[in-house]
Design a binder for this molecule. Structure first.
Ligand code: ZN
Length: 227
């Protein structure tokens, strides 16, 4: 068992609101000189996500590494990587999930993130998944993450801990946490819209969920304030 450095953390940064909040959670906990970010280029149709992740990391003063994983785009069939599949609101009858669900995505991301953390000797992994007030992706649930952490510890003989600061928070509470951590200025550089629009389209499920969270928290979204 490799013990690694428990004072260092790797944050999985998508360039969105939740992972940006997690980045500030990690900086608050470990200090910016002990935190770095990892972004996956999985063939997402909206390349702006990669730019936003780099901008958020730069704004926060921490390193950002982009890892390419083009296999999901080759698999196709989901609205986030397959340009033939339009983003739909609501639930797909066949799967009981939104058609933005990319099967296995978080499992693969966190496995590669753990391998990255292993190389860096950092035992803390931070991810913005949440099982509340969310799209119901099964790989975002606590049971999945706990199980995966166990598997990674066994399979890598590495004492990795997967932190999920947003797991039980509503969108409103996530906005409040971002505010309390001083993460709001960085939100101007984030990207949420499933349609890849900037300024955001305001009508897709991701835009609606984001707007609902800020409205309920009584906080103005810095992304909209900059437009
Ligand atoms: Zn949108």
């Amino acid at each position: 068992m490799i013990e690694g450095d428990a004072t260092r953390a790797v944050v999985v940064l998508s360039g969105g609101q939740d992972s940006t909040t997690c980045l500030y959670w990690a900086i608050d906990r470990y200090g910016s000189d002990k935190v770095e970010t990892l972004t996956f280029d999985y063939g997402q149709r909206h390349r702006i996500e990669l730019e936003c992740a780099a901008r958020v990391a730069g704004f926060a003063g921490v390193p950002n590494t982009i890892l390419p994983i083009d296999t999901f785009a080759a698999l196709g069939g989901d609205a986030l990587t397959d340009t033939d599949v339009p983003v739909q609101a609501g639930i797909d009858d066949a799967t009981g999930l939104p058609n933005t669900f990319v099967p296995g995505r978080n499992l693969v991301f966190l496995t590669f993130a753990a391998a990255f953390a292993y190389r860096r000797g950092a035992t803390n992994l931070v991810t913005g998944v949440a099982q509340t007030d969310y799209s119901g992706y099964p790989d975002c649930r606590e049971g999945t993450i706990t199980s995966l952490q166990h598997t990674l510890r066994l399979g890598m003989e590495f004492d990795v801990t997967i932190h999920t600061p947003l797991m039980h928070l509503s969108k409103k509470e996530t906005v409040e946490l971002a505010r309390d951590l001083g993460a709001l200025p960085a939100m101007a550089h984030t990207h949420t819209c499933y349609n890849g629009k900037r300024p955001p389209c305001g009508t897709c499920p991701a835009c609606e969920l984001r707007a609902k969270g800020f409205a309920e928290a009584g906080v103005e979204d810095p992304l909209l304030a900059t437009q």
